[in-house]
Design a protein around this ligand. Structure first.
Ligand code: GLP
Length: 238
């Protein structure tokens, strides 16, 4: 894995945005894999600025988000649908029909997961995937455990993830206990990955994923066997 350390969160965010801009310039109909959480917010701000400056066009882009809480309606302010709408989609010229996020309010989870994987396949897979990382090493919502799953699936969130994500909710009791996430197989098949890591609280996990070993206890450690991963991190995480 290549790594690039930036002096600040802002610089890291702008560098990540530039990679997406370059991707869109080279291939205007790129299939982009998108992430949520606090880490990519600066990158989305930089992309919106670049779009307003006429530097990037999303009209032909197709997007697939990594995950969504379960069970949560799309219009809930904590949903990742809401996050994407407010942090990116409504500020750029992407067509809503080209944006995809798992339906966190479905009655039929299995059918929804199969539909999502099928759609990614129909679009020929993901060209560029943006990833953040949980402090426990999760990517998407693929949590540490004895086994990891290849395809999109329902996952029970760990206590650590519930605690970490409580920052977005009024009360920890409000954090959903489940999520639908793209599987590790889908992530490992994307053509190119950028992994963003920011802040002192991510320094320990960054160190662990750079160790010369892979383990299901640290899902992000599998990225070591992907051929095209660039880790962008700020000084605090490094
Ligand atoms: C969330 C998301 C991940 C994200 C991670 C880190 O739960 N499912 O995709 O990368 O946790 O979030 P943050 O950037 O807020 O630390």
């Amino acid at each position: 894995m290549n790594k690039i350390v930036y002096d600040s969160y802002e610089q890291m965010s702008r560098a990540a945005a530039e990679i997406i801009i370059e991707q869109q310039t080279q291939k205007p109909d790129s299939v982009l894999g998108l992430a949520t959480g606090s880490t990519p917010m600066g990158m989305y701000r930089a992309l919106v600025d670049a779009h307003h400056a006429g530097r990037v066009d999303f009209f032909r882009a197709v997007t697939f988000n990594l995950d969504e809480y379960y069970r949560i309606p799309k219009n809930n302010t904590h949903s990742y649908h809401y996050y994407m709408e407010h942090n990116l989609f409504r500020h750029v010229n992407i067509r809503r029909k080209n944006t995809h996020i798992p339906d966190g309010d479905t009655d039929d989870v299995d059918a929804e997961c199969a539909r999502y994987d099928g759609l990614i396949q129909v679009h020929g897979g993901i060209d560029l995937q943006v990833l953040g990382i949980g402090a426990n090493g999760h990517i998407g919502f693929n949590e540490p455990g004895q086994q990891l799953f290849t395809k999109t699936h329902l996952v029970k969130l760990t206590d650590k993830t519930i605690q970490d994500n409580a920052k977005f909710f009024d009360r920890i009791e409000d954090v959903p206990r489940y999520a639908i996430t793209m599987g590790m197989g889908t992530i490992m098949q994307v053509k190119k990955i950028i992994l963003l890591i920011s802040g002192r609280n991510k320094a320990a996990i960054f160190k662990k994923i750079m160790r010369d070993e892979i383990t299901t206890d640290i899902p992000a450690s599998l990225l070591q066997i992907h051929g095209d991963v660039t880790v962008l991190l700020d000084k605090e995480a490094a």
